[in-house]
Design a protein around this ligand. Structure first.
Ligand code: BF8
Length: 648
């Protein structure tokens, strides 16, 4: 049933010659410098000793970086180039005449639109599955959260009376499909934003008209000879990002909840210690819950479980990675093996029978890593075929059969494991996740009032959304964990998604016990509600949950989001999706601190626009601060100012 993509990578093509130069002290030092994840440190030492290449090695090999590329002033957009801006050599314009401002702005919009496209195409895939489910064409899927389906139908104007759930789901899906084009020229869910925030968008001319439309228009604008005004290009970036946050990502979240259930608070475990020596281990990596939800079902199939036992395994152990992992953790409490920079290390434990990938944030090098062990990389999405992986064509229509065949392949691979090479050097850490907006409201007793009162009284100073990735330029997890610890110490509640949340989980911050690290006010609130000081709100598309939460709080106070004592941060971001997320946070009125400098420093005008002048348009701006303690200071100061403005 599977097809090998490209050529099988038969042997472990590691560069032993280069690696053997490393002495044990260097190995220890390097792993210590690369991560604060204790388990990752030990597995990294193994990869360094054995010459198994990882993302950190490749990052080292790519340095020093090209100055022009890192400043954003190289352009490879058309065939008259490539061009670079080198004023000292009198090269102030590219061949077409574009100056540094324009080249930087076009590059940034390109990046943002790529990220918005990734989120939104994911959203469309989920809508399609919901539609096929409503028509009885996606066997194995069901409408799980009927209450949410009905509520959303009513919210977006779908008539529900006299209709069964399938019909309502079909109509909701139909309406959401329209939001991708420009049938309506507006996005239904963006009316969730407070009116004051929407008024700012109207005044700035950045109201998103259609999810795809804004992305396509971005691509049009960056074509040579179209957009030639850096500010106008970047303003459209905000509109595109809003189409992602209040459109594509929000639709992905809501339809996933309808299909697979709205998350509620649950307890689970995290780090590479969740991999079990005694079991067939399968890691689920990527972003879309469509496949992974089905893998969960297939792994419980008595026939497959029987096969695993026959092969000598105690059972089948599913573990998550990155955002597919977050989706499963949030809804099903499936243990989480790690975040972005853990993906190769999970394979290097030698105990993984298969890593199943869907799309986004998957290193193309994974089959090379896997070739050093018995692990099979199984790709499943037509958009994301990876050379050296085993490809199973996965569609909603054939979901269960495909999922079963995939799990069977993993089980059959168990006998190929070399027990002498299994290395799982840590115990898992406990965490709580599942903090959807609905779950937070429930934890607060059914209303946001206690949270608003706690903020008004100063018991909680405010809230920060810490989101985004890992990046080998930043010590793995250091940015996330240091920032979160500093903020909670200062009575700032943290809500997190994506790889940031996984980092906090590994560091033990996602348990109610972590309240002892919080300031006395936040500690008191956490203790009385039994919640952690850092709340895991889901995957990266679930940053839309943070928007909904902000909108609820702002509406309760009858202000725009920009008036709230809140901030955003992406301490270790790397991806194009993170550019889009950061931009829709700012465009929604949230001051946002980045821990990695975007490739914009070649244009002082663009830097000034994004970190200063944009404030005059959306009442929020970006800041860049690589030191997480200094970033915390910026956030604390910002929250204090917002409190003063509110008179609290
Ligand atoms: O979407 S946080 S590294 S896994 S891009 Fe990727 Fe970044 Fe992780 Fe999830 Ni989000």
């Amino acid at each position: 049933m599977s097809v090998l993509v490209g050529k099988r990578i038969e042997t472990c093509d590691i560069d032993r010659a280069k690696m053997s130069l490393l002495n044990p002290a260097v190995v220890k030092q390097k792993s210590k410098e690369r991560t604060i994840d204790e388990c990752a440190k030990k597995v990294l030492e193994r990869t360094l000793k054995q010459g198994i290449e990882t993302v950190w090695d490749r990052h080292e090999m790519q340095t020093p970086e090209c100055k022009y590329c890192s400043e954003g002033i190289s352009c490879n957009r058309c065939a008259m180039g490539p061009c670079r801006i080198i004023p000292e050599h009198h090269r102030e314009r590219g061949v077409c005449g574009a100056d540094a401002d324009l080249i930087v702005a076009r590059n940034l919009l390109d990046m943002l639109a790529t990220g918005a496209a990734a989120h939104s195409d994911h959203g469309r895939d989920i809508v399609e599955t919901m539609y096929l489910t409503s028509k009885g064409k996606a066997k194995g899927y069901a409408i799980t959260d009927e209450e949410k389906l009905k509520a959303i139908a009513e919210e977006i104007g779908v008539v529900t009376s006299g209709k069964d759930m399938q019909d309502i789901a079909s109509d909701v899906a139909g309406l959401f499909f329209e939001e991708f084009g420009m049938v309506k020229n507006s996005l239904s869910l963006s009316s969730r934003a407070p009116k004051q925030t929407r008024e700012l968008w109207v005044a700035a001319g950045i109201v998103p008209r259609g999810i795809d439309r804004e992305i396509v228009e971005s691509m049009h604008r960056v074509h040579m000879g179209v957009g030639a005004n850096y500010a106008n290009i970047l303003l459209h970036g905000l509109r595109t990002a809003l189409g992602d946050g209040w459109g594509g990502s929000m639709i992905a979240t809501e339809c996933s909840d309808i299909l697979f259930g709205t998350p509620s608070v649950n307890k689970s475990t995290v780090n590479m210690g969740v991999i079990k020596k005694s079991h067939v281990n399968i890691a689920l990596h990527g972003h879309n819950p469509m496949l992974s939800e089905m893998i969960v079902k297939a792994s419980e199939d008595p026939e497959i479980v029987g096969l695993a036992k026959k092969a000598g395994a105690a059972g089948i152990n599913l573990v998550g990675l990155c955002c597919t992992g977050n989706e499963l953790l949030m809804r099903k409490g499936i243990p989480m093996s790690g975040n972005h920079l853990n993906q190769e290390l999970v394979i290097a434990t030698g105990a993984l029978e298969a890593m199943i990938i869907d799309y986004q944030c998957i290193f193309p090098s994974l089959p090379r890593t896997a070739s050093c062990f018995h692990t099979k990389i199984i790709s499943t999405n037509e958009k994301s075929k990876v050379v050296g992986s085993y490809y199973f064509e996965f569609n909603p229509e054939n979901a269960y059969e495909t999922a079963k065949a995939i799990v069977k392949t993993a089980v059959e691979n168990f006998i190929n494991r070399d027990d002498s090479r299994v290395f799982i050097p840590c115990e898992p850490v406990e965490l709580y996740s599942g903090f959807s907006v609905e779950a937070i409201k429930k934890a607060l007793g059914g209303t946001f009032r206690p949270l608003i009162d706690a903020i008004a009284s100063g018991q909680i100073m405010g809230a920060a959304g810490i989101v985004g990735c890992n990046n080998p330029k930043v010590k793995h997890d250091y940015g996330h964990v240091t920032l979160a610890k500093e903020l909670i110490k200062n009575n700032i509640l943290c809500v997190e998604t994506g790889c940031a949340a996984i980092a906090s989980g590994k560091a033990g911050l996602l348990t109610p016990d972590a309240a002892f690290l919080a300031g006395s006010g936040l500690k008191g609130v956490c203790k009385s509600l039994g919640i952690p000081p850092v709340l895991h709100m889901g995957s990266c598309v679930d940053c839309s949950r943070i928007l909904v939460l902000l909108a609820e709080l702002a509406k309760a106070l009858d202000v725009g989001i920009d008036k709230l004592p809140v901030a955003g941060a992406a301490p270790e971001w790397y991806s194009q999706k993170a550019v889009s997320i950061g931009s829709y946070f700012v465009a929604s009125g949230v001051f946002t601190v980045l821990g990695v400098m975007p490739k914009i420093t070649g244009s002082a005008n663009v830097v000034n626009l994004l970190t200063r002048d944009i404030e005059g348009i959306v009442n929020a701006r970006f800041a860049v601060e690589t030191d997480p303690l200094a970033a915390a200071e910026l956030i604390i100061k910002h929250i204090e100012n917002k409190r003063k403005e509110l008179g609290i």
